[in-house]
Design a protein around this ligand. Structure first.
Ligand code: FES
Ligand code: FE2
Length: 403
C-alpha cells in the first residue's frame, strides 16, 4: 500500500476524531425491507452473483503446498481446488465423469490423486483421469477427454478465484480493478491458514454484509469488546468500482499526534476491510488476515452461511505460540500477547454474538412485513455503495434518497 495513501488516511481519521465528526456521504438512503426477504430477488442473486459469478474461495495459504486440496460447496456448484506438484492452482467440478459422484469428500488436505468411492475411477490433482477399474468390462473410454471438468481458476494477489461455470469468463485483474496493486502489496500469499469458522444464521446474506459497513455501531454495540480497541464514529472510505476499502482507527492512533508523520504506523493505528463484490470481506494483511465469505441459503432468503478463514504470518505464529494466554480477555490486555486462537475466537464471537445477532432481529422485522424500509445514514457510505452496486448489477433502480 502506498505510503502517501496511508498518511492521508491517518490524517483523515485523526481529523474526524479531533473534530468529533464521522465521514459524511452527504445523503441518506431508504433501503426496502423486502430486499432481505423477497424470494424472487433471492433467486436472481443466487443465479447472478453465485452460480454465475467468479468466487474468491480462499487465500494462497488455503493450498499451502504441492498436493494441497480444498473443496467449496457454497455457491451451488461443488468445486475441488488443488495445487499440483508444480505449485499451479486448478479448480474442477468435484464430480466423477462416470456417474457424477463426488470424488473429494474431505474439506481439505493433501492428495496426489482422488479416487471416486463408487467404482474407484481415479483422477490426478491436475484433473486427468488416471484409472478405470475393469476397463475391459466397462468398455472403451477415452481417458484423455474424461478428466474432471475444469473450471476457470486464477491465483491473483494471494487470492484463489474460481468461476463456477466451465465456460465462465474469469479476469481477476478486472475483478480487483484499481484495488489489485494495493491488495497485492500486503503479500496475502505469505500468510498461513490456521482454521475456519462456519456461522449459520437467520439473516439474509446482505444483512450479514451490512454488519461490516459502518463504524457507527463500534463504540455502542461493541463497547465491551472491540470498542475497547477501536474508535467508532470515524471512517476513511474509498470506492474502487464495485469494491471498496473501509478503514477505521484503533486506539493507537491517539499517540500519533506526538509523532512526526514518518513515524506513523498505519498497521498499528488502523484496522481495515477490503470489500470485494459480491460477498467477500477481507480484513488485515500486514501480519494476519480474515477472509469472510458470505453466502445465501439458496432455499431461504432469511438464512445465510458465513465462512471465516483465519490466517497469520509465520512471525506472528512464532510469537503467539510462545504465549500461554488463551483467554479472550488477553486480547484486550495491552500487556499480553494473546494466542492466535484467542484472537480468532474473539473475532468470530464478535461477529456472531454481537453483529449477526442484530441482523437476525432486523430479519425478523423485515419478515413481519410491517416496516417497509430501513434508513442508511450519511455516516454509512459503504452501505450505500454495497446496496446500490448489487442493485445496479441486477438492473434494479438505485436506492431512493431521503428528502
Ligand atoms: S461414479 Fe465414480 S467411479 Fe462410478
Ligand atoms: Fe460490528
Amino acid at each position: 500500500m502506498q505510503r502517501n495513501t496511508q498518511l492521508s488516511i491517518l490524517r483523515e481519521l485523526q481529523r474526524q476524531l479531533r473534530d468529533r465528526v464521522n465521514i459524511d456521504a452527504g445523503v441518506q438512503y431508504r433501503n426496502p425491507a423486502s430486499s432481505y426477504t423477497c424470494p424472487d430477488l433471492a433467486r436472481k442473486e443466487w443465479e447472478t452473483f453465485f452460480r454465475n459469478h467468479p468466487q474468491v474461495i480462499g487465500l494462497s495459504g488455503d493450498l499451502p503446498q504441492p498436493g494441497s486440496f480444498m473443496v467449496a460447496d457454497d455457491f451451488g456448484v461443488p468445486v475441488l481446488a488443488t495445487r499440483d506438484r508444480d505449485g499451479a492452482f486448478h479448480a474442477f467440478l468435484n464430480s466423477c465423469r462416470h456417474r457424477g459422484v463426488r470424488v473429494a469428500n474431505a474439506p481439505r488436505g493433501t492428495a496426489g490423486s482422488f479416487m471416486c468411492p463408487f467404482h474407484h475411477w481415479s483422477y490426478a490433482n491436475t484433473g486427468d483421469l488416471l484409472n478405470v477399474p475393469r476397463a475391459a468390462d466397462f468398455g472403451p473410454i477415452d481417458k484423455s477427454c474424461h478428466g474432471l471438468v475444469r473450471l476457470p481458476a486464477e491465483e491473483k494477489c494471494g487470492l484463489l478465484i474460481v468461476h463456477p461455470q466451465p465456460d465462465g469468463e474469469l479476469n481477476s485483474a478486472e475483478l480487483l480493478g484499481d484495488l489489485g496493486p494495493e491488495i497485492d502489496s500486503w503479500n496475502f500469499d505469505s500468510l498461513v491458514y490456521t482454521g475456519e469458522t462456519v456461522l449459520r444464521n437467520d439473516l439474509n446474506w446482505k444483512l450479514a454484509n451490512d454488519t461490516f459497513g459502518e463504524t457507527y455501531h463500534f463504540g455502542r454495540l461493541h463497547k465491551d469488546t472491540l470498542g475497547k480497541l477501536f474508535h467508532g464514529d470515524a471512517l476513511a472510505y474509498q470506492e474502487f468500482g464495485r469494491n471498496h476499502r473501509f478503514v477505521w482507527a484503533t486506539k493507537n492512533i491517539d499517540a500519533l499526534q506526538d509523532l512526526p508523520e514518518e513515524e506513523w504506523d498505519y498497521s498499528q493505528s488502523t484496522g481495515w476491510i477490503y470489500y470485494l463484490f459480491p460477498n467477500i470481506q477481507l480484513t488485515g494483511g500486514a501480519s494476519d488476515a480474515n477472509l469472510i465469505k458470505i453466502y445465501p441459503d439458496a432455499d431461504n432468503p432469511g438464512r445465510s452461511i458465513t465462512r471465516v478463514h483465519h490466517y497469520f504470518s509465520a512471525e506472528i505464529m512464532a510469537t503467539a505460540a510462545a504465549q500461554d494466554a488463551t483467554t479472550k480477555e488477553d486480547v484486550y490486555n495491552p500487556n499480553r500477547t494473546p494466542s492466535i486462537s484467542a484472537v480468532s475466537e474473539i473475532f468470530d464471537s464478535t461477529i456472531e454474538q454481537e453483529d449477526y445477532l442484530m441482523g437476525e432481529t432486523t430479519q425478523k422485522t423485515a419478515e413481519a412485513g410491517l416496516v417497509k424500509e430501513f434508513i442508511f445514514g450519511r455516516n454509512e457510505p459503504a452501505l450505500h455503495h454495497y446496496h446500490n452496486t448489487y442493485r445496479e448489477a441486477l438492473n434494479l433502480p438505485p436506492l431512493e434518497p431521503v428528502d
